[in-house]
Design a protein around this ligand. Structure first.
Ligand SMILES: [Zn+2]
Ligand SMILES: [Zn+2]
Ligand SMILES: [Zn+2]
Ligand SMILES: [Zn+2]
Length: 295
C-alpha cells in the first residue's frame, strides 16, 4: 500500500512529518479568516469595506466615500492631513485577487448579501435595504428610509410627512400659485400610473438678473431605480390662449439628483414673465399638465 503513494506533500503529512503548505488562491481566505480580513480592511468611519482604499501617511485607511465627505481633509484616526491621500493598492489587491466576498454596505439595515468587490457596487444600487434621504432636498428634512417608505413619507401616512397630494392616472394637472416663494423646492404632486409612483418636482429660484424675477424648473422623477425609470417618458406642459410650452424626457431615477438636473437645465425651465402668460386668471393659479407614458 505504502509503495503506491507518489512522493508529495500529502505523503509527508501521512507519515507524521510536520509540513507547512503554501497558502493557495482557492482556499484563502477561509470563512474564519475572511472575518478578520474584513475587520482589518473596513473603513473606521462607516465600517464598510469598499474599493478604492485610501490611507494617510501613517497608514490609517479610509474608504473613498468617507474621504470625499470629510469636512476637513484630516485623517479621522490620527488627524494628519489627508489633502493628498495615497491608495493602499496592496490591500485592494488582496480583496480583489482572492475574491473576498464583501458584505453589502446596508448589512446594518438587515441585508445579508455578500458579493465580490465589483458586484457589490452593482448590488448596492438596487439593494432593497438601501437608505434614501428625503427626495425633497431643500426643506432640511432629515428623514431617511427605504425605497418602499418614500411615498408614505411624502404623502402623509406616517410622520414626519410633507402631505404631498397623490393623483391617479397617466395625465394629471397640478395648479400652483403664481406668488410661491423663490428658493423653494416643492414636491408638487405624486402621480401614480403603470403601478409606479412618480414625483413631480418644481423648484423656484431668484434669477441672476434681479429684474428678471424668478426662474422655474419642473421635472419628473420615478420613485424607483434608473432602469425602471427608463421604461417611461413624461411630458410637462403649460397651455393657454393658443400658447404651449412643453418639455419631454425620461424621468430621473430615485438616486439621480433633481438639483443637478435642474442646474443643467435638463427640465422644463421658464421665467416669471413666461409663467404669467399661462396664468389662469379666474383662479389665479398656473396649471401644469403632466403626462406619463410607457416607451
Ligand atoms: Zn467609510
Ligand atoms: Zn492617520
Ligand atoms: Zn444589500
Ligand atoms: Zn422629507
Amino acid at each position: 500500500m505504502e509503495g503506491n503513494v507518489v512522493g508529495n506533500g500529502s505523503q509527508a503529512a501521512d507519515v507524521g512529518i510536520p509540513v507547512t503548505l503554501p497558502v493557495q488562491d482557492t482556499n484563502f481566505p477561509s470563512s474564519s479568516n475572511t472575518e478578520s480580513l474584513l475587520s482589518i480592511t473596513e473603513c473606521p468611519v462607516c465600517f464598510d469595506v469598499s474599493l478604492p482604499i485610501y490611507q494617510c501617511i501613517n497608514g490609517h485607511i479610509i474608504c473613498n466615500s468617507c474621504l470625499q465627505g470629510l469636512d476637513q481633509k484630516i485623517c479621522p484616526t490620527c488627524r494628519v492631513s489627508l489633502v493628498e491621500p495615497t491608495r493602499n493598492l496592496a490591500l485592494e489587491k488582496v480583496l480583489k485577487n482572492y475574491n473576498v466576498r464583501l458584505p453589502c454596505k446596508y448589512s446594518l439595515n438587515g441585508c445579508m448579501e455578500r458579493r465580490g468587490c465589483v458586484e457589490k457596487e452593482a448590488h448596492q444600487l438596487v439593494c432593497p435595504f438601501k437608505t434614501y434621504t428625503c427626495p425633497i432636498s431643500s426643506n432640511n428634512c432629515r428623514w431617511e428610509g427605504r425605497l418602499d417608505e418614500i411615498v408614505d413619507h411624502l404623502k402623509g401616512r406616517r410622520r414626519p410627512s410633507h402631505f404631498v397630494p397623490l393623483l391617479f392616472g397617466e395625465t394629471a394637472t397640478f395648479y400652483f400659485p403664481a406668488e410661491t416663494d423663490a428658493e423653494s423646492q416643492l414636491a408638487i404632486q405624486i402621480q401614480t400610473c403603470f403601478d409606479t409612483y412618480f414625483l413631480i418636482a418644481l423648484k423656484i429660484s431668484t434669477a441672476a438678473d434681479p429684474n428678471a424675477g424668478n426662474e422655474y424648473f419642473a421635472l419628473v422623477q420615478a420613485i424607483g431605480h434608473a432602469e425602471e425609470a427608463a421604461r417611461y417618458a413624461y411630458r410637462i406642459e403649460l397651455e393657454r390662449d393658443g400658447r404651449r410650452l412643453s418639455w419631454e424626457a425620461v424621468p430621473l431615477g430615485i438616486s439621480d439628483s433633481t438639483k443637478q438636473a435642474m442646474e443643467k437645465g435638463d427640465c422644463l425651465c421658464f421665467s416669471s414673465k413666461t409663467m404669467l402668460l399661462f396664468k389662469n386668471r379666474e383662479i389665479d393659479l398656473i396649471p401644469l399638465v403632466v403626462t406619463i407614458s410607457e416607451v
